[in-house]
Design a protein around this ligand. Structure first.
Ligand SMILES: [Zn+2]
Ligand SMILES: [Zn+2]
Ligand SMILES: [Zn+2]
Ligand SMILES: [Zn+2]
Length: 339
């Protein structure tokens, strides 16, 4: 949330005041029967109606991103807008608004600042507890008030690997095994932590090195739900072009609803092996936190699919799958040509 941004338009403030916000700091709301007051039921109806009006015409989501509009005013979020332009460029077609089919493009569309500001004044869903939070309190809620925010054990520094929702931290700590660990055990875990942080330093050094390679590119993409079978849900991105080649990314959940795997595939043919480092990070409008992991693969004529890589995300595990099902997940992928 941009706290130093321009003042909200009066309309947005009015709309805000009509919306129910489950805010732990707010005073309890007293329902009155005055005919001038909006009833709780009407407030919810208004909220749903607003959500529909302000949602992106493509993903049907209320996005806190740049919002573009076609010349007839249909709204498209930045993620979907970029996706439409990339896809139509690849197919050599003119990009068009999914609602009215008028031509769209960076030069032809404007951003709708009033809509962007109105959306930014609406309550935000906390990714951990899924409550609707007042935007002013969102940062503090997510960081230090949410009962389900990610937490680590207080004995982490002496080697306890426990991590979990904050509300379970106290219970864990009462029975934390690390409390009764002897000097040897503690030394063993400190060494393991030391190795882990060395790996992390190596990863970042490697990424900085790769930023100096001759050719690199990045692409902002979206995971879209593409098929469903009893066991695995599949997601895919649109095709995109990098290093004069066509690519797509497929993803799916495996076993646990908190484990998501993806693979990078090259479309078409290859006359000589092509070696690539790639790195998937959070997209400019994404609500997901992604832990960086650098991958490398050499694509060859008979090996056009990279291996499945796990995507390390933090999201409340019960809701991660639901999040993927209900939204198009934005992310950014960096490509580095390896020699
Ligand atoms: Zn969208
Ligand atoms: Zn339109
Ligand atoms: Zn929360
Ligand atoms: Zn512990």
């Amino acid at each position: 949330m941009n706290e130093t941004g321009p003042p909200l338009p009066v309309d947005a403030q009015l709309i805000r005041s009509c919306i129910i916000i489950e805010d732990e700091n707010a005073a309890p709301q007293i329902e009155t029967s005055s005919p001038n007051k909006i009833s709780k039921k009407n407030k919810t109806a208004l909220k749903n109606k607003l959500q529909k009006i302000l949602s992106c015409a493509v993903c049907l989501e209320l996005r806190r991103s740049a919002i573009y509009q076609c010349k007839y005013g249909h709204l498209i979020c930045a993620g979907c807008f970029g996706d439409i332009l990339t896809e139509s460029k690849l197919q050599n077609e003119i990009a068009s608004c999914p609602v009215c089919r008028s031509t769209i493009g960076k030069e032809l569309c404007t951003r709708n600042i009033a809509v962007e500001q109105t959306i930014s004044a609406l309550p935000v869903t906390c990714p951990y507890c899924l409550l609707q939070i007042n935007p002013e309190n969102y940062k503090s809620h997510k960081k230090c008030l949410c009962e389900k925010r990610p937490a680590i054990c207080c004995n982490n520094l002496i080697g306890c690997p426990w991590e979990g929702p904050y509300q379970e931290k106290h219970k864990h700590q009462e029975q934390c095994k690390q409390l009764s660990a002897n000097g040897y055990d503690i030394l063993k875990s400190l060494n393991a932590m030391d190795e882990e942080s060395k790996d992390e330093v190596n990863l970042y050094e490697r990424i900085f090195e790769l930023l100096s390679v001759d050719k690199f590119s990045y692409h902002d993409l979206q995971f879209r739900h593409c098929s469903y079978d009893d066991k695995n849900e599949s997601y895919e991105t649109s095709k995109f072009s990098a290093f004069d080649k066509l690519w797509t990314i497929h993803g799916h959940f495996k076993d646990k609803p908190s484990e998501f795997y993806y693979k990078l595939s090259l479309k078409g043919t290859l006359d000589k092996p092509f070696s690539l480092h790639y790195l998937l990070v959070k997209g400019p409008y994404s609500e997901m936190e992604i832990k960086p992991k650098l991958c490398q693969f050499t694509f060859e004529e008979n090996s056009l699919d990279g291996p499945f890589e796990s995507l390390s995300l933090w999201y409340h595990s019960d809701s991660l799958k639901g999040f993927f099902q209900s939204k198009r997940v934005n992310f950014r992928i960096f490509f580095f040509e390896s020699k």
